[in-house]
Design a protein around this ligand. Structure first.
Ligand code: AMP
Ligand code: MG
Length: 411
C-alpha cells in the first residue's frame, strides 16, 4: 500500500453532500441597473413585457408588396418608403409596392418583401424578377423571437454576457438579483513572502492568494483579501475573528494537514464546529469544512495545485448554492483516448492535469508532465482534468479515460 490509499478517506461525493446539504442560499436581494448586473444571480425570473419583435418587419432591404398584386403585373408603382424607425405613413394603396429597409415596419396589407437584388427600377415602377414568392417572404412576424409573458430567464440563472443583451431586448432596465456572497481569504504559513520582495532562506512566494481570488470572483462572489498570516495562534485567531465578521465564507490555504505548524485546527475548534477531512482525492487530500460563529469555513491544503483544485471541485458548488445559482452545473466528463501514460496507484480519485485535443473527431489527451501537487506548471499548461477513478491503477497509452474540460472560471 502506498501513502495515498490509507483507509478512512472520505469519498468526494460524501464531502459534497455534507457541504451542500448544510448551505442555504442567501436571501438578500438588490435591484440593479442591467448594465451592472453581469455575474449576479437572478432572484426573480425575467418575464417579457413585450412581443419581440414588437411589429412585423422586414428581414431585407427591398420592396414590400402584396403577392396577389404581383400575380397581375410584374411591375408595380412605388407608393413610398418604410425605413427603420420611420414607417410608411398613411394607408398603403393596393397594387403598389413600398421601398423598405431591414427592420422597417411592414405596411398594413403587404404580405411579402422582395430583396432589392431581385428587382429593377424602371420608368413604370419596380420590376420584380423573382418567380416564386412565398407568403410572408422576408417578413419577421411580431413575436417571432419572444412572446409577451414568456419566461426568458429563470430565477437562479447567473447573468452572462449572453443574458444581458437578451434582457435589454425586452426593454427591462433593472433586475432583481441575489447579493453576491462575500468570501474573505488568507494564506497561512511562516515561509510565505509577498511578491516583489526578495526571498530569504527557506521562503517561497505566496501564490495561493493569486489562485484563490480570481476563482472567487469568477464564481460570482466578492473577494476580501486578508493577506498572509504567519503560523502564530494569536494572529490566526484574530484574523479568523475579523474574517467571519466581514464575510459569508472564510477560505484559508495551508495549515490543515498534520504538520507541526498546523494550528488552525485548535483555533477553529474554539471558534466553531469544523470537520477536518481526509478526502479520497488527489491532489487535495487534507480539507476542512464547517461553520464558524457567523460564517462558513473552507480550509484548503497549502500546496498550490491542491488549493486551486479543491476551490474548483469543492468550494465552487458550495458558493454556487450560497449564491442561489440553481442553474449551476458541475463540469461534465467526456471520454478521451490517452496519448501518454498516466502514473497512478489505486486509492483516491485522481484529478491529473491534461491537455486535450480533438483528432479525427475523437478527444485525445496527454499529461502536462510532473503531477506533484506543488508543481503549478501542471495546472498552468492544462486545459482539462483527467479524472482517474479511485480504484484505477496506472493508465497506458491508448486507454479510455474521463476528462473534464475546464469551465469558464479557469480561463
Ligand atoms: P501546508 O498545507 O501549510 O502544510 O503547506 C503545504 C505546502 O504548500 C508547503 O510546501 C507550503 O510551503 C506550500 N504552501 C502553503 N501555502 C502556500 C501559498 N500560499 N503559496 C504557495 N505555496 C504554499
Ligand atoms: Mg503551512
Amino acid at each position: 500500500m502506498g501513502c495515498c490509499d490509507a483507509p478512512g478517506l472520505m469519498p468526494l461525493e460524501e464531502a459534497m453532500d455534507n457541504m451542500l446539504s448544510r448551505i442555504k442560499p442567501i436571501q438578500t436581494t438588490l435591484r440593479l441597473p442591467l448594465a451592472e448586473a453581469l455575474g449576479y444571480v437572478l432572484a426573480e425570473e425575467i418575464l417579457s413585457p413585450i412581443f419581440v419583435p414588437p411589429f412585423d418587419n422586414s428581414a431585407m432591404d427591398g420592396y414590400a408588396l402584396r403577392i396577389a398584386d404581383l400575380e397581375q403585373s410584374k411591375t408595380l408603382p412605388l407608393a413610398g418608403k418604410s425605413f427603420a424607425g420611420l414607417p410608411f405613413e398613411g394607408e398603403w394603396p393596393q397594387g403598389t409596392c413600398v421601398r423598405i429597409m431591414t427592420g422597417a415596419k411592414i405596411p398594413q396589407g403587404c404580405d411579402a418583401v422582395i430583396m432589392q437584388e431581385n428587382t429593377q427600377v424602371t420608368e413604370d415602377g419596380i420590376l420584380f424578377l423573382q418567380d416564386e414568392v412565398k407568403l410572408n417572404n422576408n417578413i419577421r412576424p411580431t413575436g417571432d423571437d419572444i412572446k409577451q409573458g414568456d419566461i426568458v430567464l429563470p430565477k437562479g440563472a447567473r447573468l452572462s454576457p449572453r443574458d444581458i443583451p437578451m434582457i435589454a431586448t425586452l426593454g427591462v432596465s433593472h433586475v432583481v438579483v441575489v447579493r453576491k456572497p462575500k468570501v474573505a481569504f488568507f494564506s497561512t504559513g511562516d515561509e510565505l513572502k509577498p511578491l516583489g520582495e526578495p526571498l530569504a532562506e527557506g521562503q517561497i512566494y505566496d501564490s495561493n492568494r493569486y489562485g484563490i481570488k480570481p476563482l472567487i470572483e469568477n464564481f460570482g462572489c466578492e473577494a476580501i483579501d486578508l493577506g498572509i498570516i504567519p503560523d502564530c495562534p494569536k494572529t490566526l485567531a484574530e484574523t479568523f475573528e475579523q474574517a467571519q465578521q466581514l464575510a459569508d465564507v472564510v477560505v484559508t490555504s495551508g495549515g490543515v494537514s498534520v504538520g507541526e505548524a498546523d494550528y488552525t485546527k485548535d483555533i477553529l475548534e474554539e471558534l466553531g464546529e469544523i470537520g477536518f477531512w481526509k478526502l479520497a482525492i488527489k491532489p487535495g487530500k487534507p480539507f476542512a469544512f464547517g461553520k464558524l460563529n457567523t460564517a462558513w469555513f473552507c480550509g484548503l491544503p497549502g500546496n498550490p495545485v491542491s488549493a486551486v483544485l479543491t476551490m474548483y471541485v469543492l468550494v465552487q458548488p458550495m458558493l454556487a448554492k450560497l449564491a442561489g445559482h440553481t442553474e449551476w452545473k458541475a463540469p461534465e466528463s467526456i471520454p478521451a483516448i490517452t496519448k501518454t501514460a498516466f502514473k497512478k496507484g489505486p486509492g483516491r480519485t485522481d484529478y491529473q492535469r491534461g491537455v486535450y485535443t480533438i483528432e479525427d473527431g475523437q478527444f485525445v489527451v496527454e499529461t502536462t508532465g510532473n503531477q506533484s501537487s506543488g508543481a503549478f506548471r501542471s495546472m498552468s499548461l492544462a486545459n482539462c482534468f483527467v479524472v482517474l477513478e479511485r480504484e484505477r491503477g496506472r493508465v497506458e497509452v491508448g486507454e479510455t479515460v474521463q476528462i473534464q474540460l475546464f469551465n469558464s472560471t479557469l480561463y
